[in-house]
Write a protein that binds this ligand. Structure first.
Ligand code: GLV
Length: 330
C-alpha cells in the first residue's frame, strides 16, 4: 500500500521530521518559506496530514481545495489559525499542543510583567545610549511586584500557572476574570479570586492577558478598558495579538495613562504597530513565550505524536475537535 503523505509546513527539528519519515512520505520546508494560501493549497495536494504552526491558516477554502486532508496538527496551544467549524464540516481532525508549554509560557509572562514593572528594557536602552552619567533617587523608579495585585484575564492552564507564581512566590493578591469560573478548590490551589472584568481592570496593579483569541476576545482591551486602569498599572500580553488594540495601547502608554506594558504578541505580527516602536515604556518581544529548547522540542514531538496517531489508527493525544467529529459521524 502506498505510504500516506504529510506536509511539514515550516522548518522544525530535523529529528522530528525523521520521526515522521518513519511513518509517512514527508514533504518538508527546511528553507522555512512562509507559504501564501495558494502555495499552501498546492503543497497540500495529496497530503493526508499537515504539521502546521500559527502561520498556516486552515480555513474552508483550503479544506475545500484539499479534500484528501484528514488531520491538521498545530505546533502551538493556540489554534486561531484553524477554522474549527470548517474542519468539523470537512471531517478533518485538528490537534494542538497544550500542557507541554504551560510552565515555560508562565515563566515568560511573569518575566515580562516584572520587566515592565521595573522598567528593565527602558533603562537598558538608556544605558546603551550612553546617557547614564550619575545615580539619582528617582531614576527609573517603577512599581513593586511583591504584595501587588496581579490581575489575570483568562484563567486556563497558563493563567493558573501565572497565578501560582504570583500568589505563592511573590505574595501577590491574585484576582482573575474568565467566562467560566474555577471550582473553589482550584481557586484556593492557585490563590485566586474571580471578579467581574471592570473590577479586574480597576484593581489591577499588573494585568496579564492569557485568554485565547476569537471574535469575542478581539480588542478585549481597547481605549475604554485602558481608561479603567490605574495610572501606575502595567499590562502584559502573552496570549495573542488582536486581543489588545495596539494603537489605543500605544496612546495610553505615551500619555502615561498606564505606566508600562510588555507585549510578546501583536495584531498582524510579525508587523508591529509603528506607534509601539516609538513609545519608551513598553517591552517588546517577538512571540517567544514558549521558546525554550526543551519546550519547543516537546511541542514539536507532541504535534508529531498527534499526526502519527491520527493517521495510523491510534488516538491523537491532544485533539481539539475529536468529540465534534465523533458526534457528526454517529
Ligand atoms: C503560541 O503562541 C502557542 O499558541 O503555542
Amino acid at each position: 500500500m502506498a505510504r500516506q503523505q504529510v506536509l511539514v509546513a515550516r522548518a522544525v527539528f530535523p529529528e522530528v521530521v525523521e520521526r515522521l519519515r518513519a511513518h509517512f512520505d514527508v514533504d518538508d520546508n527546511p528553507q522555512d518559506s512562509i507559504f501564501t494560501k495558494a502555495e499552501l493549497i498546492g503543497r497540500l495536494q495529496g497530503k493526508a496530514g499537515a504539521f502546521t504552526t500559527g502561520s498556516e491558516r486552515i480555513d474552508a477554502e483550503v479544506l475545500a481545495a484539499c479534500p484528501q486532508l484528514r488531520v491538521v496538527a498545530n505546533m502551538a496551544v493556540g489554534y486561531n489559525n484553524f477554522d474549527i467549524p470548517a474542519c468539523n464540516a470537512a471531517g478533518v481532525l485538528a490537534t494542538n499542543t497544550p500542557d507541554v508549554l504551560t510552565e515555560t509560557t508562565a515563566d515568560f509572562g511573569f518575566a515580562l510583567m516584572m520587566a515592565a514593572a521595573r522598567r528593565m528594557a527602558e533603562s537598558e536602552h538608556f544605558l546603551r545610549r550612553g546617557e547614564w552619567n550619575r545615580w539619582s533617587f528617582d531614576m527609573f523608579t517603577g512599581s513593586d511586584i511583591h504584595g501587588a495585585t496581579l490581575a489575570i484575564l483568562g484563567m486556563g492552564r497558563i493563567g493558573q500557572a501565572i497565578a501560582r507564581r504570583g500568589a505563592l512566590g511573590f505574595g501577590m493578591k491574585v484576582i482573575y476574570h474568565n467566562r467560566s469560573r474555577l471550582a473553589a478548590e482550584q481557586e484556593a490551589a492557585v490563590g485566586a479570586r474571580w471578579v467581574d472584568k471592570a473590577t479586574l481592570l480597576a484593581e489591577a496593579d499588573h494585568l496579564v492577558l492569557v485568554l485565547p483569541y476569537s471574535a469575542a476576545s478581539h480588542h478585549a482591551i481597547g481605549a475604554a478598558e485602558l481608561a479603567l486602569m490605574k495610572p501606575g498599572a502595567t499590562l502584559t500580553n502573552v496570549a495573542r495579538g488582536g486581543i489588545v488594540d495596539d494603537a489605543a495601547l500605544a496612546r495610553a502608554l505615551r500619555e502615561r495613562r498606564i505606566a508600562a506594558a510588555a507585549l510578546d504578541v501583536f495584531e498582524g505580527e510579525p508587523q508591529v504597530h509603528p506607534d509601539l516602536l516609538t513609545v519608551p515604556n513598553v517591552v517588546l518581544t517577538p512571540h517567544i513565550a514558549s521558546a525554550t529548547v526543551a519546550t519547543r522540542r516537546a511541542m514539536a514531538d507532541l504535534a508529531a505524536d498527534n499526526l502519527i496517531a491520527a493517521l495510523t489508527g491510534g488516538v491523537a493525544p491532544t485533539p481539539i475537535n475529536a468529540a465534534e467529529l465523533a458526534t457528526r459521524r454517529a
